[in-house]
Design a protein around this ligand. Structure first.
Ligand SMILES: C[S@@+](CC[C@H](N)C(=O)[O-])C[C@H]1O[C@@H](n2cnc3c(N)ncnc32)[C@H](O)[C@@H]1O
Ligand SMILES: [Zn+2]
Length: 152
């Protein structure tokens, strides 16, 4: 029987910092192996209709689920909310049982910013104007110029 017992905090795998793409972003603090489940996108679940939205503001934290609900990280959210979009991402958002997880789809080196493809959906036809409103600044050679999902 041990005389002393303590829990051990693992070193942080990710951290929030200033992003070269937009505002704050999330960075790997250590090597992350392809396939690693990095973090859950947490927050309050609300209906799409009740989700906070300013239609003139392309800045969004709402994450849409297949069941029509939206995760709003302003209540109960974590650092996943700061992960930026890239058209050539190193992570993907995976939905399982109405939960969203961010998984590494490539090996990620310490110091790299984490990105997933937002594939944003809007409730109107995509136009050149809406593509510009949701313009992407990921800077990758595969950049499609917008954070909108063009494959709908
Ligand atoms: C969930 S927030 C990500 C955190 C954000 N960087 C911040 O500091 O608030 C999503 C918003 O960040 C911005 N953003 C993320 N990735 C971007 C990109 N590749 N190009 C342009 N804006 C981006 C957009 O305004 C988007 O709606
Ligand atoms: Zn892009």
């Amino acid at each position: 029987m041990p005389k002393k017992l303590k829990s051990r905090k693992r070193p942080a795998r990710i951290a929030v910092g200033e992003s070269g793409v937009h505002g704050r972003g999330v960075y790997a603090m250590q090597f992350i192996l392809k396939g690693t489940r990095i973090i859950e996108y947490t927050g309050e679940r609300v209906s799409w209709e009740a989700a906070p939205n300013d239609e003139n503001d392309p800045h969004t934290f709402n994450f849409g689920l297949e069941n029509g609900e939206v995760i709003n990280p302003e209540i109960g959210g974590n650092n996943a909310r700061w992960i930026n979009h890239s058209c050539d991402p190193n992570c993907e958002a995976v939905e399982e049982d109405d939960r969203i997880f961010i998984d590494a789809i490539r090996d990620i080196e310490a110091g790299e910013e984490l990105f997933y493809d937002y594939a944003l959906e809007i409730d109107e036809p995509i136009t050149e104007e809406s593509k510009k409103k949701f313009a992407c600044r990921c800077g990758s050679s595969k950049c499609r110029g917008t954070m909108l999902d063009l494959e709908l």
